[in-house]
Design a protein around this ligand. Sequence first.
Ligand SMILES: Cc1ncc(COP(=O)(O)O)c(C=O)c1O
Length: 411
Amino acid sequence: MSTKNEKKPFSYKDYYSRIANRTPPSMIRQLLAFTQKEAGIISFAGGLPGYFDTLHIREILDELQKESDEKLKPGLQYGLTGGYLKLVEEEIKLLEKEGIQAERENILNTSGSQQALDIIAKTFLNKDEYVLVPRPTYLGALGAFRQYGPRFVEIESDENGIKPDDLERKIKSFKRMKDLARIKFLYVVPDFNNPTGTTIAKERREEIIEICKKYDVIIIEDSPYKKLRYDGKEEPLFAKLEPDWPGIITLMTFSKIFAPGLRQSFIYCKDTDAVEKFNRIKQNSTLCGSSLDERILAEYLERGFLPTHIENIINDYRPKRDAMLTAMHKYFGGEIEVKKPEGGMFLWPAFPDVDTYKKFPKAIENNVAYVPGRVFYADQKKADKNKARFCFVTETETRIDEGIRRLAEIF
Ligand SMILES: Cc1ncc(COP(=O)(O)O)c(C=O)c1O
């Protein structure tokens, strides 16, 4: 029997910080763990790249191991917080190809754009300040921002990305309330948005920049899929369209065009003071990235392998996108609404009268996985419950057909 003075049992729950308590488990991570355990499952859930240049990566690894300690040792040592200089030089060259003139001081190498999102959130967000996000948007960005306690303002999107008129209307309402300074930034995935696959056209990018400049709202452009274009013409980065305005921060990653396991990516910003702040935040968290992985990527880029590899990825992914679209039409007929994205990794179909979240356990029972649409909305109560994200790049064309067939049986 417990007495009044009896000590409460120890629990870590009494010690967690506000940040820890604001960090719910990521549904995608849980799904991934599950789908990786179950060998028979056909998974359209994770955004897992399906094509790697193992040949050239092995070549570089072999040389690093075999040639001499002098080549290997620096990769085993601590490196610079900003990133291995040769890699940063290669990143400058990549930006140059995008029409952006950068110096070393404009770049911070990060361990995946996910780390970049966390650094940005930590740099700018205080509790109850506002972040403007597309409706819907990348779940991982919502998670990274949410840790710091902001409020989300969702901007309506159509098949061309966020709507400038809704953006301006919502910003103006803050101005009227003299609360503009509490908007910290607008977050966008301009090319082949995760989850919708939509791309913002150049004219709309210009309109968005105009609005953000007018009200001094920082733009975070997060563009992992830009180079995975299967049709149509490439759109310019926001940072290219307005090179003199320092209010744009660009996130680029090698996860989808090289290898996510090596966690290589970078932040570009014209404002060197902001980059220095990002650098200090990163220092406190990891000191530096993986020196070895930075060297592997630098070698890869220096040897000029990337353009051909991107071509190979495109040739692998394009038919997979088409196979998934064909299967969806074949098994769901006119009941499904799905657009053909010009690139990226995802389809975003709408099913009539189906709550994709509620159906999910049944899908897993049938050995097929996707991501229910609601997790991509900052305000899940107002989510489109009949939508879901399907990654088309991981599975083979035969398994894509089989997976969609299995789904049609239970939807
Ligand atoms: C829009 C977007 N941003 C960032 C990331 C994170 O990528 P990384 O592997 O570089 O951390 C992803 C990954 O899927 C993404 O889709």
